[in-house]
Ligand binder design. Structure first.
Ligand code: ADP
Ligand code: NA
Length: 344
């Protein structure tokens, strides 16, 4: 078995919600605990990606530090994993530029993610005509920056959600184009593989036809990792379900109820359909009380740890500096080799 290099990133755009935690961040902690000693783990807070949509500079600056505190609070270990701010390693944008010069506009046009991010940010339908005067070039090419993030460390494995799979395909294509265009004795970049994570999509508590999201206008639609037990209780109590009597697990026709069961199951490591059987003859009220308890049980440890670490500004600064210098050291040789191969 060959040692793996795992890379993943998250944008510093506010305190993560329960969907981010269950769908992405908790998987990172699992990867860390299951890794072999010679596996390398690299987790990045990707500030440059956040700039592809308008950000308030003050809010971005504090989100950036908060996200580092979150990663530490949930159990990522800076001794074991490289945890760093992408914007503190200039090799990311250097490699992204070179990859941009190898990537056709046609290829980027086929990506659907910038279309949906643009539509969401402008509050219009995803199917509507794209007004290119509103599309900044950074948002259009951010999948190329993502490819650079991964290839810079010659990552072999990338945990990504379903919606990001097309970006990993692009990353593999760009690695292959680079390897073929700038041949030397060995191909420079390994083609990274996708790590499948079986986690469910957590839905909005107010509109179970869409996912829980930090950009939805109604703050009651999401549970944040900083929410208190009281806030969790009240948000789950007012979650939209249906008027069908009894509890059954049916994600298609009862998405709100199924979402409660999915959240419950994710917190307690149980099958949501099995949980539904226990509540068959009961109502939504009883289920909601227990879901709120399960969510509180899951979040209380990380929340307390987050509140503690957030106060430790000096510690956070040290961790960030150390992570950035390890990341830069780690990518230096690759960047030097890239420049030699392209003729710079
Ligand atoms: P948001 O949509 O809230 O802005 P992001 O797009 O920044 O979240 O996603 C960050 C990570 O969290 C991604 O890996 C994404 O797949 C995951 N994620 C986001 N929302 C959910 C959700 N509702 N359920 C499960 N995973 C989610
Ligand atoms: Na998003």
């Amino acid at each position: 078995r060959r040692p793996r290099t795992v890379f993943s990133g998250i944008q510093p755009t506010g305190i993560p919600h329960l969907g981010n935690y269950l769908g992405a961040l908790s998987n990172w902690v699992q990867l860390q605990s299951k890794a072999e000693p010679d596996d390398e783990l690299i987790f990045s807070i990707v500030g440059y990606h956040a700039l592809t949509l308008p950000q308030d500079p003050k809010a971005l600056r504090s989100s950036r530090t908060d996200m580092l505190a979150v990663l530490l609070a949930i159990g990522l270990d800076p001794q074991r994993s490289i945890i760093f701010h992408q914007d503190e390693n200039p090799h990311h944008t250097e490699l992204a530029w070179i990859l941009n010069c190898l990537c056709s506009v046609g290829r980027l046009r086929r990506m659907t993610t910038w279309k949906s991010r643009l539509a969401t940010s402008r509050n219009v339908n995803e199917e509507s005509e794209v007004d290119e005067s509103l599309l900044n070039a950074g948002l259009f090419t951010y999948p190329v920056l993502q490819a650079a993030d991964i290839l810079l460390y010659k990552a072999t494995h990338v945990p990504v959600g379903e919606d990001q799979k097309q970006h990993l395909e692009l990353c593999r294509d760009l690695a292959d184009i680079f390897n073929r265009t700038f041949k030397a004795r060995n191909p420079l970049f390994p083609l990274p593989e996708h790590i499948f994570t079986p986690s469910k999509r957590i839905l909005s508590l107010k509109d179970p036809s869409s996912k829980m999201s930090k950009s939805a206008p109604d703050a009651q639609s999401r549970i944040l990792m900083t929410d208190t037990a009281t806030q969790i209780k009240s948000k789950i109590k007012s979650a939209v379900t249906d008027s069908v009597p009894g509890i059954t697990y049916d994600p298609i026709s009862r998405p709100g109820t199924a979402n409660l069961l999915d959240m419950f199951g994710a917190c307690t490591n149980e099958n949501p359909a099995d949980i539904a059987k226990r509540y068959e003859g009961k109502g939504h009220g009883a289920l909601k009380v227990d879901v709120a308890d399960a969510v509180e049980e899951l979040l209380k440890g990380p929340r307390a740890e987050l509140e503690r670490i957030r106060q430790e500004k000096g510690y956070l600064l040290n961790i960030a500096e150390d992570g950035a210098s390890r990341a830069r050291e780690r990518s230096e040789a690759t960047m030097r080799e890239v420049k030699i191969r392209v003729g710079l």
